[in-house]
Design a binder for this molecule. Sequence first.
Ligand code: ZN
Length: 316
Amino acid sequence: MTALADRLTEHRAGITAIDVELGRPGMAASHLVVDSGRAAFVDTGASHSLPTLLATLEAKGIDRSAVDWVLTTHVHLDHAGGAGALMRELPNARCAVHPRGARHLSDPSRLIAGSRAVFGEERYRALYGEILPIDPARLFVADDGAKITLGDRALELIHTPGHALHHYCIVDEANALVFSGDTFGLSYRDFDVDGRAFIFPTTTPVHFDPEALCRSVDRLMSYAPRSIFLTHYAEVTELERLAREVKERVLAFADLGARHRDALDRSSKLRHGMFAMISDRLDAHGYARDGGERHRLLDEDVEINCQGIEVWLDRK
Ligand SMILES: [Zn+2]
């Protein structure tokens, strides 16, 4: 595991991206937001991220009692798997959750079963370990447009279906920024070329909905943010281009699914097709690394994305 200092990236507006090293370094972030001595975590990684999150507070001189919020953008386990363990260490925090996610945080059994189905038992254990429930009295169930306060900062929680029906994003209008969870897609810093970000959508089972996802991206952009903070991974700018590209790729993924919908070997056609499609876009982006490195960085997402597209095809 990398030293703590090397896992923290300081951003503007009191934001620190913490690499929770879920899967591999640079794959999943928890964001710590500090305003006037009060703090919030946006997404938590899995339970084994807990020591890293607590060490970050300590390194920054923030008492655990100064954390007011654990904001779980949605209940997928790379975002909220560690929320139960974290809440036990934060005496004053409330955990904000979408109305459709609340029961999964107070009783994670169905979430655990769903994730085992997506990842397989062995990978599930390696990634997520134990998931602890949260006392329902400590949940803040966020309706669309809910306003919360962190220090002197106003935050708005808006519902953004498309990746998951239980997804919300966090808008900080005064600072012109958004925390997008998985709604704005994935942008690993490994794919940056000359400081330019590469982006693609995440279409995890079981709620992928291409039209809704594109509308949610538009809704984020309607706030005219200067930065979006992605759980996978951290700050991106150049948002007009990235919004256009992520929507184009959502539709391209949906088209790929539609094209192979009735193929006998649908599953393998989808996986090859998606890897080739992302790889082509990487070529156009100017990314120079070879197929081995591309497979290392993309295979898990391709697998999960294709599972999501198959669930969507079967539902349609
Ligand atoms: Zn997700």
